[in-house]
Ligand binder design. Structure first.
Ligand code: C2E
Ligand code: CA
Ligand code: CA
Ligand code: CA
Length: 279
């Protein structure tokens, strides 16, 4: 009979074992967080570069952890993706956002669309089209109130299946955005075939504006191409007034970033919208 004495773990590297235990602990916490919905959504406005009016809100998930406080996606989305928990978490996000849109509508708030981030694992393991359709119906929301953001890598992983789902959602009236554009390998033909509505250019391009001119060259090329293909362009990570001014000059359609507004809770973002629509 094997007994587990006080030296029972002598073959394990204690540091590795500690890290494993911590990870297992986080995994259990994340499971409980999904079961008990400890998540809150924050919303960041995306505005027209020409008028500064709000075009849309990006929904960004936060975990209101019982002891560690508010955790940001970088601290739990990777674990959720590795373990597959991103699937139930993603369902929770879609449903929470749709419920919030319905609540805003009841309160007489402006009808601003909300964009939802969807990662590749969610696309591979869940019928996205059905998930969105069910949530929209459950909360009585028109499809044009939601948009989805997906990265170039999501489209590349399983192009045929992904494009079928995307086309079905697009046909419903859900707008499609490419997130972090410029960091992946999407081809022009894929962008056109999938008929994306908007390219969200990665922060790293915005950061290059106003230096040696290379940022301006890249934005000009992307904007010209996107407009020729019938897509709009939004720059993310706009942190300074000079960047906003340059982007407007370059005919970039929309702006998002701390200079415009930080992500805010559901109440705060409605104040931000009212302030802008009144200005
Ligand atoms: P993302 O989709 O690229 O989202 C933009 C991130 O940039 C957000 O970080 C936002 O708070 C931050 N940001 C906004 N303005 C600025 C700025 O001016 N400068 C800089 N440096 N950053 C800015 P956050 O909320 O921490 O989200 C990180 C990532 O987590 C997101 O990147 C997205 O990939 C993922 N994520 C967030 N919410 C969800 C979700 O509901 N589902 C899934 N699958 N992923 C999510
Ligand atoms: Ca995004
Ligand atoms: Ca992004
Ligand atoms: Ca289009």
């Amino acid at each position: 009979v094997k007994t587990r004495g006080k030296n029972g773990y002598q073959f394990f590297d204690p540091a590795f074992y500690g890290a494993m235990r911590q990870r297992k602990q986080r995994e259990r916490e994340l499971q409980a967080a999904i079961a008990g919905n400890q998540f809150v959504m924050h919303y960041q406005v995306r505005v027209s570069a020409a008028t500064q009016r709000v075009a849309s809100l990006e929904a960004l998930v936060r975990w209101n952890h019982p002891t560690a406080g508010m955790l940001y996606p970088d601290e739990f989305i990777p674990l959720a993706e590795e373990t597959g928990m991103i699937v139930p978490l993603g369902e929770l996000v879609v449903d929470t956002v749709c419920a919030q849109i319905a609540a805003w509508t009841r309160d007489g708030c402006a009808a601003v669309p909300v964009s939802i981030n969807v990662s590749s694992r969610q696309f591979n393991e869940r019928d996205m089209h059905a998930l969105f359709l069910q949530s929209l119906e459950r909360h009585g929301i028109p499809a044009d109130r939601v948009e989805i953001e997906l990265t170039e890598s999501t489209m590349i992983r399983d192009p045929v299946r992904t494009s079928e789902h995307l086309q079905a959602m697009h046909a419903l009236g859900i707008r499609l955005l490419v997130d972090d554009f410029g960091t992946g390998y999407s081809s022009l033909s894929m962008l056109q075939q999938l008929d994306f509505d908007l390219l969200k250019v990665d922060k790293s391009f915005t950061r290059r504006l106003g230096g040696d001119g290379q940022g301006e060259v890249l934005f000009t090329a992307i904007i010209t191409m996107a407009h020729a293909l019938g897509m709009k362009v939004v720059a993310e990570g706009v942190e300074r007034p000079e960047q906003a001014a340059l982007l407007a000059q370059l005919q970039c359609d929309e702006l998002q970033g701390y200079y415009i507004a930080s992500p805010l809770d559901a109440v705060g973002v409605q104040g931000e919208i009212r302030r802008r629509q009144a200005a």
